[in-house]
Unconditional design. Structure first.
Ligand SMILES: [Zn+2]
Length: 344
């Protein structure tokens, strides 16, 4: 065996460090450079696949991870990462098949067993579900008693579809899957924070069964999640959370009174720069402020620049254009000036 190149080893080290530091783009480049020096090193392909996964380029991640496993069939981390790719691509049976192997390779790992069992429960449940198919949506639901609820959801989604697509001048390229859960199933499968009313991860997941008659709420929740689906079709990555959640929150309903009240009652409203990262770890109260501030900023953006310009901003970001440059080009104002204009 030839010694692996010292240059490749250095690149590998800096690449993993970059990945840990959240710099996936830099990590990806370092892994690529290392692979040209040491192409048969499975760990480098694992790293490349992990970076692509973080960047939400699932097809690239899959190719790199399969390459890692072809070189080192016993590389469990690559198999576990590949399972996550399959899960996110909506191929739950393949994700489970891979994770069963991972669990057999790591028999003592409670986290692995936990994830596998959760995925199996999701597959069992979806296997029992029925499907209502509309023009733009498919709704999965569990029993005959939920057929009425599914029809109601389809009506509500159709209204949201026309209203929101017209604002952006854009339409999702394919029909959007919705799954209706009980509250308990929803928490189990999505692991969402307690305050979450629904979730979108390629599938709109809504806790509905047992929710009772909450027509307005249902419209609001479904419109919010459909907005996420449309936004994702314009940009799969690189969106600051305030922009993604802010747009979805504005598009829920006509009134932002709740957001104005919330911000008025808050002494220190975080800046948009502080709201760029995930909201999922926030407490209920902090999350409310984060959503409210994001919604008001997004409304200002839509009012000033229009939906088509915002859609173009999303497309640019998804293609990897630098945020400040894309903002200036599409909104015709620097992001700094925009942020300053939000101060009361
Ligand atoms: Zn949301």
């Amino acid at each position: 065996m030839a010694q692996s190149s010292p240059k490749a080893a250095m690149l590998e080290q800096s690449a993993w460090a970059a990945l840990d530091a959240g710099k996936a783009q830099a990590a990806e480049q370092d892994f690529r450079d290392a692979i040209t020096l040491d192409p048969k090193n499975a760990r480098l392909h694992l790293g490349l696949g992990t970076a692509a996964f973080v960047l939400r380029r699932d097809a690239d991640a899959k190719t790199a991870l399969e390459q890692a496993l072809a070189l080192a069939p016993g590389l469990t981390r690559a198999r576990a990462q590949l399972a996550q790719v399959a899960k996110r691509q909506g191929d739950l049976p393949e994700a489970i098949r891979l994770y069963e192997v991972v669990a057999s390779e790591m028999p003592g790992d409670a986290g692995v067993r936990d994830t596998l069992e959760r995925w199996q429960r999701e597959a069992d449940l979806h296997g029992r579900m029925r499907l209502a198919v509309g023009d733009f949506f498919t709704v999965s639901f569990e029993g005959q008693e939920d057929a009425g609820m599914a029809a109601q959801a389809l009506d509500s989604l159709n209204r949201a579809y026309w209203r929101i697509c017209e604002i952006f001048g854009a339409f999702p390229p394919r029909s959007v899957p919705i799954v209706l859960y009980s509250g308990e199933q929803f928490r189990d499968i999505t692991r969402s924070p307690q305050w979450a009313a629904a979730a979108f991860d390629g599938i709109i997941r809504v806790p509905m069964r047992g929710a009772g008659e909450k027509g307005d709420d249902l419209d609001r929740v479904l419109a919010h999640e459909f907005a996420h689906a449309l936004i994702r079709s314009l940009a799969t990555r690189n969106l600051p959370t305030w922009l993604n959640e802010g747009l979805a929150s504005v598009l829920e309903s006509d009134s932002l009174g709740w957001a104005e009240d919330r911000v008025a009652k808050t002494a220190r409203v975080p800046s948009l720069t502080m709201l760029a990262g995930s909201f999922s770890k926030l407490s209920g109260a902090d999350a409310q402020v984060a959503y409210a501030a994001s919604a008001l900023a997004a409304r200002r953006l839509l009012d000033e620049a229009g939906g088509a310009a915002v859609a173009n901003l999303l497309r640019d970001l998804g293609e990897g254009v630098d945020f400040e440059a894309a903002f200036l080009h599409r909104i015709q104002k620097s992001f700094g000036d925009f942020q300053a204009s939000l101060q009361p």
